[in-house]
Ligand binder design. Structure first.
Ligand SMILES: [Zn+2]
Length: 306
């Protein structure tokens, strides 16, 4: 009898988890590319031949979604996003994501995108932005979920490259490539990708520029030594939000400062575990942080990969 009641309890808990209304604040659109979608888009673009050997079939793509650390994960992640070539491909990732999370109770999603990972492959920024915003418009109407976008800079590239990307984006805004209300859906800038050796202060000028232009600022602080990166993001970049930031429990003073400034943290437990940042999530003491009044949310990061 015990086992039956436990199963029932799990089923009820599972149903409850699905039904609770949710805000997703930390999800990378490129990280929602599941193997089925990669294969479908590659086929549509007649690009299967251009895929690397471990991406030639659906089965081999599935097998390659396996990594020991952040660097290994990023390698597969960038490989996967190479299938995105046309406006409709970018629209489709938003629509596919909204379709999936409709049944997970998501009511609002703030989604990152990495323009430089596509522009450096020769894709025009206009194609990326237009595709994503049109996809977002269709998705909001179709699924009744609200969404906004955050333009992320790749921290392993130079600040000069980030500034160029941001200025290109501002020019496209001026040109009104889509209606104003849609362009306003890009509400902030972020910093992601390879963290070690690429601290937040490397991007001081582009973040200052974005703040002046009215954008919200956030920064990933996740890898080894991220506590110092949290400090720099808060004190030097004046960010509005820390993404991940799980090491904040190590510094009481900095933690209190974030509580006072109401700086939220977007934790992503599953990705933290999968890139083996920690064997045991309990060390981060989520309950304790909430008790101290730190604003912590739980998010999915790159759901197709984790
Ligand atoms: Zn992330």
């Amino acid at each position: 009898m015990n086992s039956i009641s436990t199963k029932d309890e799990i089923k009820t808990l599972n149903d409850l988890c699905f039904q609770i209304p949710k805000s997703e604040l930390h999800v990378h659109l490129e990280g929602t590319l599941d193997p089925e979608m990669i294969f479908k888009i590659a086929e549509r673009n007649n690009a299967i031949e251009n895929l690397p050997s471990n991406f030639k079939s659906l089965e081999s793509i599935k097998k390659s979604y396996n990594y020991k650390n952040l660097e290994e994960f990023l390698e597969i992640y960038y490989l996967a996003s190479k299938v995105l070539l046309k406006e409709e491909d970018f629209s489709e990732i938003v629509m596919n994501y909204f379709k999936k999370v409709l049944n997970h109770g998501v009511k609002y999603a703030e989604m990152f995108f990495d323009p430089q990972s596509h522009t450096r492959r020769g894709i025009k920024l206009e194609t990326i932005i237009k595709g994503l915003l049109i996809g977002l418009k269709i998705s909001e109407e179709r699924y009744g979920i609200k969404g906004n976008l955050i333009l992320c800079f790749l921290r392993d590239l130079s600040e000069e490259d980030a500034i160029k990307t941001f200025q290109n984006f501002l020019e496209l805004k001026e040109l009104k490539i889509v209606e104003d209300s849609l362009l306003e859906k890009i509400i902030g800038v972020g910093l992601d990708s390879s963290e070690i050796g690429n601290p937040p202060d490397k991007f001081k000028n582009v973040f200052k520029l974005a703040k002046e232009k009215g954008f919200k600022l956030c920064c990933h602080c996740h890898d080894e030594g991220s506590l110092e990166n949290i400090r720099k993001s808060v004190e030097e970049l004046n960010v509005d939000r820390i993404d991940h930031g799980i090491d904040i429990y190590l510094d009481e003073n900095l933690l209190n400062k974030c509580v006072d400034k109401r700086i939220p943290y977007t934790f992503c437990p599953l990705s933290t575990k999968k890139v083996q940042r920690t064997p045991d999530l309990k060390v981060y003491n989520l309950d304790g942080l909430l008790e101290k009044d730190l604003l912590v949310t739980v998010n999915s990061d790159d759901p197709a990969f984790f």
